[in-house]
Design a protein around this ligand. Structure first.
Ligand code: NAD
Ligand code: NA
Length: 395
């Protein structure tokens, strides 16, 4: 079929297999171009199909020659209905890894459940014995807690006060004022349930108990801080409360891994266009101004550049350069004073009329469509493609 983007608000309902495959190939080429990283050889990535998790899987495999198991929740294709992008990404990744002689298997299911954890442990036991790196990169709006059976929904709201600021509809470029009512206690608790650290700890507990964590095993999860501008709706909002919890959990896990010489650390990553971040009000406007500024300064990075640098310079570099709260700061270039000062200046004057000039609206929009395999250079979108693509280890 001919597959075209079909957007509804912040989501795109279709994805292009050839475009997704090309994205994966481009990321692999980037990692290879940066040279070998002396990293882990047996790696589990939880949330491995898109964004930072996919970039982590690619960097482990093609930077360090690692065997990888990827866990994710994606929708497979059926005749006439394309799969979700993470499905096509994972199919392309497995194909490329296998061609390169690398072990790669995937598990498609709910990572929050006991069943998927057990299935993953069984696969590790059978195929790899143990893993020496676990990347935790889930982003989800909902979680069913397997201990209580209760389903929780996260929300993106400020805590305490009503928040009003500018935002942009990146499809139209319309800059408007958005007002968000503050969260109640349940909202906060639910968001922490979904995006906090409990599930990360449950994974590590289950894996340690099963003996599938190798001596010296490290685990990393990803967080975000961002500027003052977005603080009320991000870091000091409900999602920030969940990130506080995630970061606090890293110390609990690190303690539990001491006896196997392991470690658990959070990496604070840069703001990027992903399916998750497009849905957060105010953030798209911030990102479009940030992209413009960082591109002008020659320091713009996407997921793969971020994770390649995270591995090469921090995790497997001389020094993780932890901040005063024990976190890796690979958001260092985003948070640079000159970058933030410029974004502040642009933010103050941003309007519908000037945004395409002072902000990188096109870069935002292109990145958004790229997530779904559209607008990828070199792909012939007029060509007939087979939407039914299998993930080799799953079919
Ligand atoms: P993403 O949406 O691109 O990836 C989410 C991944 O989680 C996908 O692989 C998806 O399949 C998987 N997933 C979701 N629900 C699942 C479930 N129930 N079971 C199994 N898999 C499931 O998100 P992302 O932006 O790469 O985010 C990953 C992490 O990075 C998050 O913790 C996020 O907060 C953090 N982060 C994001 C940004 C940003 O700007 N995007 C910045 C810093 C940190
Ligand atoms: Na991810």
């Amino acid at each position: 079929m001919i597959i075209e983007p079909k957007t509804r608000g912040f989501i795109c309902l279709t994805a292009h297999p050839t475009g997704c495959e090309q994205n994966v190939i481009n990321q692999i080429e980037y990692v290879k171009s940066k040279g070998e990283i002396n990293g882990a050889k047996k790696v589990l990535v939880i949330g491995a199909s898109t964004g930072f998790g996919l970039a982590s899987r690619i960097t482990s495999a093609f930077g360090s020659g690692a065997s990888t198991i990827g866990v994710f929740l994606e929708k497979g294709p059926s005749a006439g209905r394309p799969a979700s992008p993470g499905w096509y990404n994972s199919a392309a990744f497995e194909k490329q890894a296998t061609e390169a002689g690398l072990y790669a298997k995937s598990i498609n299911g709910d990572a929050f459940s006991n069943e998927i954890k057990q299935q993953t442990i069984d696969m590790i036991k059978e195929d790899l014995g143990q893993v020496d790196l676990v990347i935790y990169s889930l982003a989800s709006p909902v979680r069913t807690n397997p201990n209580t059976g209760k389903r929780h929904k996260s929300v993106l709201k400020p805590i305490g006060d009503v928040f009003s600021n500018k935002t942009v509809d990146f499809h139209t470029g319309n800059v408007t004022e958005v007002t968000i009512q503050p969260a109640n206690e349940d909202d906060i608790a639910n968001t922490v349930e979904v995006m906090g650290g409990e599930d990360w700890e449950m994974w590590i507990d289950a894996m340690k108990e099963a003996g599938v964590l190798a001596d010296g095993c490290q685990t990393f999860a990803y967080s975000y801080i961002g500027p003052k501008l977005t603080e009320p709706v991000y870091r000091k909002g409900t999602i920030g409360a969940a990130k506080d919890d995630l970061e606090a959990t890293s110390f609990k896990i690190a303690e539990k891994l001491k006896d196997i010489n392991g470690n658990a650390v959070v990496s604070v990553n840069k703001a990027l266009v992903t399916q998750a971040s497009s849905a957060i009000p105010v953030i798209p406007l911030y990102i479009s101004l940030l992209y413009k500024t960082m591109k002008e300064k020659g320091i713009h990075e996407g997921c793969i550049e971020q994770i390649q640098r995270l591995y090469a310079d921090r995790i497997y570099g001389e020094d993780m350069q932890l901040d005063e709260k024990g976190r890796i700061r690979i958001d260092d270039w985003e948070m640079r004073e000159d970058v933030q000062a410029e974004v502040d200046k642009l933010w103050a004057i941003a309007t519908t009329e000037n945004l395409s000039e002072i902000g990188d609206l096109k870069g935002y929009s292109d990145d958004f469509f790229n997530l779904f395999g559209f607008k990828v250079e070199g792909v012939d979108y007029d060509a007939d493609v087979n939407e039914v693509v299998e993930i080799p280890s799953i079919s």
